[in-house]
Design a protein around this ligand. Structure first.
Ligand SMILES: NC(=O)c1ccc[n+]([C@@H]2O[C@H](COP(=O)([O-])OP(=O)(O)OC[C@H]3O[C@@H](n4cnc5c(N)ncnc54)[C@H](OP(=O)(O)O)[C@@H]3O)[C@@H](O)[C@H]2O)c1
Length: 323
């Protein structure tokens, strides 16, 4: 089968389209014919071997993950022994980052536990755009943020994978006052998804504004945590899903003290892959969410598209269709 293979860390030219052996499912695993896959932060970081924790997780000097790709949607081709949930022909999708990656390939074997049935109403391309970003959005807004319909909500990094799904999830809960922060070239798309107000981060620092919010979901935490507290209402909640290491460490260690002193909440999302796929399936079937796709591109374009993703040129999720 064809796959994008990573043998060393570096820029996009370290990724090669190669012929590799087709895998066979072990006990509890299914073999999936990958129809579509998506690019996310994992691939950008894994390719470069940076930040440093990537090397601690995936190999100090060279990657021990040979085929990147964390999200898949496809068809079950065969199942291993003791597989109970799926049969050949089922359309499935899921985040496979905790079972060795391998999405940038024509086939991958994964434990059945990481997959959910794909709703019939969405394409494979749309399904592969969901697991990672939708789980971050649900776990940020619902689990950590305890979002409520009457709240005033702001999403920072609003035009990316998490933001474009987050606004739709918030609307499905009944929230109407949603501000999005991103660059202005994404405003038209953001408005069509339900953002009522938009702030261009290249022009304006939302933490210096006079507005205050009940809930802030941030995909790009890059300031002192105290800056965010300024634009939180009393008892408001700031949730980060990602950002720079110093800011995240500050949120982690100062969050409990800030809560004691100010009644404001600072929370971090520790992603639980695939935990809420059934919740997302219900929203998809009810027509509440539809992912925004950038693509589809081809398997051979993966190296170029990882670079494109890393440069922040994408809108929504970068999707690869595998023929
Ligand atoms: N918590 C966990 O367990 C966990 C696990 C995996 C990943 N993550 C994190 O989750 C996040 C993924 O978010 P995503 O998929 O939505 O990312 P994304 O698709 O890359 O989108 C990020 C958006 O933010 C915009 N942006 C860039 N710099 C900004 C700034 N300074 N202020 C406001 N917006 C800015 C980008 O636009 P431009 O075009 O202007 O660049 C882009 O539209 C990452 O931070 C990742 O590290 C967390």
């Amino acid at each position: 089968m064809k796959a994008i293979v990573l043998r060393k860390y570096g820029s996009s030219d370290v990724l090669k389209l190669q012929e590799v052996e087709k895998p066979q499912p072990n006990e509890g695993e299914v073999l999936v014919k990958v129809e579509a896959t998506a690019i996310n932060d994992w691939d950008w970081n894994l390719m470069r071997g940076t930040p440093f924790y990537i090397r601690l997780l995936c190999g100090l000097f060279q990657p021990n993950i040979s085929i990147p790709g964390a999200e898949i949607a496809g068809r079950v081709e065969t199942v291993g022994d003791n597989v109970t949930q799926f049969k050949a022909g089922d359309a499935v999708y899921g985040d496979i980052s905790e079972c060795g990656f391998g999405g940038f390939a024509e086939y991958v074997c994964v434990p059945e536990t990481v997959l959910a049935l794909k709703p019939e109403s969405i394409t494979y391309g749309e399904a592969t755009a969901l697991p990672h970003a939708a789980m971050l959005a649900v776990q940020g807004l619902v689990d950590e943020g305890q979002i409520q319909p009457e709240q005033k909500v702001l999403i920072n990094g609003a035009g990316g994978g998490v933001g474009t799904l987050g606004v739709q999830i918030a609307k499905s809960i009944g929230v109407t006052d949603i501000t999005g922060v991103d660059s202005s070239n994404k405003f038209q798309m953001m408005r069509s998804l339900g953002f009522g107000q938009m702030i261009d981060y290249t022009e304006q620092d939302f933490t210096q504004s006079k507005e205050q919010y009940d809930l802030i979901l941030d995909t790009k935490t890059n300031r002192s945590i105290f800056n965010y507290l300024r634009v939180l209402k009393p008892q408001g909640t700031y949730v980060t899903v990602g950002g720079t290491t110093p800011s995240l460490l500050q949120a982690l260690f100062l969050g409990p003290i800030i809560r004691l002193l100010t009644q404001k909440n600072v929370r971090l999302v520790n992603l639980k892959p695939n935990k809420d796929l059934n919740y997302i399936n219900k929203l998809v079937i009810a027509g509440h969410i539809k992912p925004v796709l950038d693509g589809p591109y081809t398997l051979s374009e993966v190296p170029e598209m990882i670079q494109y993703f890393g440069m922040g040129k994408h809108k929504g999720k970068v999707v690869i269709a595998i023929k």
